[in-house]
Design a binder for this molecule. Structure first.
Ligand code: FAD
Length: 549
């Protein structure tokens, strides 16, 4: 018996608007209104709950290896990344970069019209077009074609090996929890009543807010603050910590703050929102920063101040799965929950909430859950990037983390202002900073700040994963001119430190000896030359005498 998805599933559905051709196509792919859930198999090798990155990768990988797989999604397949995260944010950021480039055009000798403005509604339409195009990869029909039984509805455990969805009961040998996380708002007086945007609603906008208050100076807050400012909003960002991007390299965070301020973003650090009221026309926000009170009026408030794992409503108790409302589902290093049949992947359990970590965790789950694998989460080397302009990418340890762990490091830093390509591109703001274990070339971590730092960090990640030392990177030819040359320069800088006074003394003596030998050879050749000159003269005189005398 086939059954149309339940109304309850729609309760959790992300609101997608406007309902134009692109959003209709998106919905048709990721939550088809006419979808009929299949009849469940008697028992699944794997039931996957949540069809974001972690769930999709787990389901597709397992089905591809021959497992009988069910995938359950209550809202939009593709999860946050496709619908309200990476894809829409990076599309909007791209448009905002064009805006910034046009404003800078005169510095490049281009006579761009002064005061070029963004057509926000066209920017958002472009984003919706891109998102709907990409959505076919995550579509319900595509996954059904891959051999996955796709169920649209709210999943809830009924026991340690049983899940219920839309009135059906699925029994499993193994299950994977991949229910992700959601935006949370801090408990601020009047915020809820005044209304606010999160990443779940901001991409529905079709009109640019004239002014925007961004609560939270983390990656989401910084990326969207800069993008909206460049597109024409008056943006203020409020961060409770002492720097933007709290866990990032301090120097990088300071450069970013300067870059945002140049764009026109107002930054309030060590600041918090005390109260919000609405006067019908605007939201009036009372801030406290550095002991001073300030009141500003804005059209919209965007909250990017943290995320909470989706652990509620799953009846995890019935399955014997322990969880924490803040940290998410408890897993061991093999991503196994407290119910050995059930694994977890992605934002619901990971500290690093990224699409690429969700993907990597899913691959671990497939091997460990289905094939007696013993893959470990702790073995992963995880890079990340904040897509501001310039971008900040990082992998491994920060210097302060190394210090906290009692590991001494040597740091090699190359400013982009010394890199020809960065100079030619007018992108000199930034640096490559690589930390190695003191006295060795073992790379422990790196931060790159550059316009395309996200593209550059993989070279360092590869070196770390492949245990390639910084010294070896010095012998890798980097095409000239590229900004990645800064990485090679850092490696060259490392190689120069191998020149200890002893080695330097040896080299100096060797070179002095080479010079001495050269001088001696030249002297011997000169003597020989003189002798052969004298011989030539005497031969000439003898011939001359024979002929003429
Ligand atoms: C604005 C923004 C920008 C981002 N940009 C980047 C970026 O540039 N790069 C990057 O790497 N990461 C980025 N991220 C993070 C990235 O989106 C997440 O890390 C990633 O989507 C996590 O995937 P997931 O599968 O764990 O969870 P999700 O994508 O959240 O998927 C979980 C799914 O489970 C479903 N679900 C939950 N409960 C149930 C239930 N009971 N029954 C059925 N289904 C359920 C949900 O509806 C959802 O579809 C960004 C996030 C945001 C918010």
């Amino acid at each position: 018996m086939l059954e149309i998805r339940t109304v309850r599933a729609a309760e959790h559905a992300l609101e997608v608007s406007p309902r134009d051709e692109f959003n209709n196509k998106l919905i048709a792919n990721v939550h088809p209104p006419e979808w009929r859930n299949p009849d469940p198999a008697p028992r699944y090798n794997l039931v996957v709950i949540g069809a974001g990155t972690a769930g999709l990768v787990t389901a597709a990988g397992a089905a591809g290896l021959g497992a009988r797989v069910a995938l359950i999604e209550r809202s939009l397949m593709g999860g946050d990344c496709l619908n309200v995260g990476c894809v829409p944010s990076k599309s909007v950021i791209r448009s905002s970069r064009v805006c910034a480039d046009i404003r800078e055009a005169r510095n490049f000798g281009i006579d761009a019209p002064a005061g070029a403005t963004a057509d926000f509604s066209a920017v958002m339409e472009r984003m919706r077009r891109i998102r709907s195009g990409i959505s076919r990869h995550d579509s319900a029909h595509r996954f059904a074609d891959l051999g996955v039984d796709v169920f649209l509805g709210d999943a809830k455990f009924a026991g340690p090996d049983t899940v219920e969805v839309a009135g059906k009961t699925l029994r499993f040998k193994k299950a994977a929890l991949a229910t992700g996380a959601r935006a949370i708002a801090p408990p601020i007086d009047g915020l809820r009543e005044a209304g606010y945007l999160t990443n779940e609603t901001v991409f529905n906008l079709t009109e640019l807010p004239r002014s925007l208050l961004v609560i939270g100076g983390g990656p989401i807050g910084c990326e969207l603050a800069q993008a909206f400012c460049r597109l024409g909003s008056e943006v203020t960002i409020v961060e409770i910590g002492e720097q933007l991007l709290g866990r990032e390299d301090q120097e990088a965070a300071e450069i970013l703050a300067r870059s945002l301020e140049r764009d026109g973003v107002q930054i309030r650090l060590s600041a918090s929102v005390k109260r919000v009221t609405s006067n019908g026309l605007a939201k009036v926000v009372c801030l406290e920063s550095g002991g001073r009170q300030e009141t500003i009026s804005v059209d919209e408030i965007l909250v990017g101040a943290g995320r909470a794992p989706n652990v509620e409503g799953l009846n995890l108790e019935a399955a014997g799965v322990e969880y924490d409302r803040k940290k998410g589902v408890v897993v061991n290093d093999h991503l196994q929950t407290t119910n050995p049949r059930i694994y977890a992947a992605g934002d619901v359990c990971l500290q690093y909430k990224f699409t690429h970590t969700a993907d990597a965790a899913a691959r671990i789950v497939i091997q460990n859950a289905l094939f007696l694998g013993r893959k470990r989460l702790s073995a992963l080397t995880v890079p990340w990037c904040t897509y501001t302009d310039p971008e900040i990418a990082h992998v491994g340890l920060y210097e302060r983390e190394a210090n906290e762990r009692g590991i001494s490091v040597d740091t090699f830093q190359i400013p982009l202002s010394g890199i020809d390509r960065a100079i030619a591109d007018g992108e000199e703001e930034g640096f490559v900073k690589i930390h190695v274990k003191k006295g060795s070339d073992r790379i422990l971590g790196a931060t790159i700040m550059a316009r395309h730092a996200g593209e550059m960090i993989s070279e360092i990640t590869l070196a770390m994963v492949g245990k390639v030392g910084l010294g070896t990177i010095a012998s890798v030819i980097h095409p000239y001119p590229t900004q990645a040359e800064a990485i090679k320069r850092a490696a060259d800088a490392y190689n120069r430190t191998r020149l200890t006074p002893f080695v330097k003394g040896l080299l100096e003596r060797w070179l002095a000896w080479v010079r001495l030998m050269l001088r001696e050879r030249l002297r011997v050749e000169a003597v020989a030359e003189k002798a052969s000159g004298a011989r030539r003269v005497s031969v000439f005189l003898r011939l001359f005498a024979r002929r003429h005398c």
